[in-house]
Design a protein around this ligand. Structure first.
Ligand code: AHM
Ligand code: MG
Length: 352
């Protein structure tokens, strides 16, 4: 029988909806007031609205470029803007949020109204895959605000480390649409699949655990001429024949973080977007790409590091990085604990 890295959902003719699951988690949190639960419902609603647009993509004139560039200097796809507008509108109307950071917005949206949470998101990640029907996704992280609750939200509410996240998740718009989220290791990581007939997410992947080791590595090898020697040696190692350590590993790389991370979360293995000569700080964004994924991987028993050696007495966990700006980048290595440890061994060897 096939072994899964998540617990099977008890058979029932009536599935557990995402909304019910969020309410059940609230009931297990003493002192919960319902604000956080309301915010998660809003994220779920926005996800369904984006899904509806993604599913129409080839038909509804939302594919292609707008002709503009975003603040990262990248060409903006129409669906990026559509998803951004949906998430920002739903969150602003919902009144639970004091600050919103988005990959598509140069500055944060800072709100009055006493919302208790700050949300950082990439409304539609994997832009280069939009036009060719490959999995794309939304990534989000939620912090409790730092500033006084009745003040307008501030950038500092969004510039908290990943270790302070209250929740994080992603929505994968793939062969099905999945909503994966966690409110921390104590509550686990759970996946819900959208039933498109009735527009509800149902629990399909309960308590996802990253296998301690996988059999694939995922990295854009087209960048190898610009990599540090340690990264090149690690990839060579993954490709060598060694029956005892079950190498060579297979290569898998979609180029959509949500797709590559989701596969790694479910099947194990390793995903890396290391620093290189072209992107010395890495490519992926700390607050709305790396931190939410790191939070999920750690909550599921995996690891997430910066791809830098651990400084003496310090940490190379993504979740421990002190953010300095909304759009800062970081190298990212996530995956099975044994596979990340192997990556770290190479960092140590070359002292990169
Ligand atoms: P985006 O936010 O502009 O879509 O870029 C982020 C994406 C990630 O989804 C993915 O992991 C990475 O960029 C792929 O980059 P590359 O094309 O350099 O391999
Ligand atoms: Mg992105």
């Amino acid at each position: 029988m096939q072994q899964h890295s998540w617990r099977p959902v008890p058979p029932s003719s009536v599935g557990i909806t995402l909304e019910q699951h969020i309410s059940q988690q609230m009931a297990m949190s003493p002192g919960a007031t319902g604000h956080f639960t309301a915010l998660l419902y809003q994220v779920m609603l926005a996800a369904k609205l984006v899904d509806a647009r993604v599913r129409q993509a080839g038909l509804a004139d939302v594919l292609g470029l707008t002709g503009e560039t975003n603040i990262q200097g990248e060409r903006v796809q129409k669906l990026d803007l559509v998803a951004n507008e949906i998430f920002c509108t739903v969150l602003q109307r919902g009144m639970r949020t004091c600050a919103i950071a988005s990959e598509e917005l140069e500055t944060a949206i800072l709100l009055d109204g006493g919302g208790r949470y700050a949300v950082a998101m990439d409304p539609l990640d994997g832009s280069s895959n939009i036009d060719c029907n490959v999995t794309i996704g939304t990534i989000f992280g939620i912090w409790r605000r730092r500033s006084e609750s009745m003040e307008r939200g501030q950038d500092e509410d969004l510039l908290q480390p990943g270790s302070a996240l209250r929740a994080a998740g992603y929505i994968a718009y793939g062969s099905s649409t999945m909503f994966v989220y966690s409110t921390g290791a104590k509550f686990g990581v759970h996946g819900f699949t959208l039933d498109p007939r009735i527009g509800e997410f149902f629990l399909s992947h309960q308590d996802i655990r990253v296998p301690s080791r996988g059999n694939t590595y995922s990295v854009n090898e087209g960048n190898s001429s610009k990599w540090e020697p340690s990264t090149r040696k690690w990839v060579e190692h993954m490709k060598e024949d060694d029956a005892a350590s079950k190498r060579p590993y297979g290569a898998r790389y979609v180029g959509s973080l949500v797709a590559d991370a989701h596969r790694t979360l479910i099947k194990g293995g390793i995903f890396a977007y290391p620093a290189d000569r072209k992107s010395p700080k890495g490519k992926l964004r700390l607050q709305y790409e790396a931190n939410p994924m790191a939070f999920l991987f750690e909550a599921a028993g995996g690891r997430a590091i910066t791809g830098r050696p651990k400084p003496a007495g310090g940490s190379n966990r993504i979740l421990d990085v002190r953010p300095e700006s909304l759009h800062e980048r970081t190298p990212l290595v996530i995956g099975s604990s044994d596979d990340v440890e192997t990556y770290e061994r190479f960092l140590g060897e070359t002292g990169a």
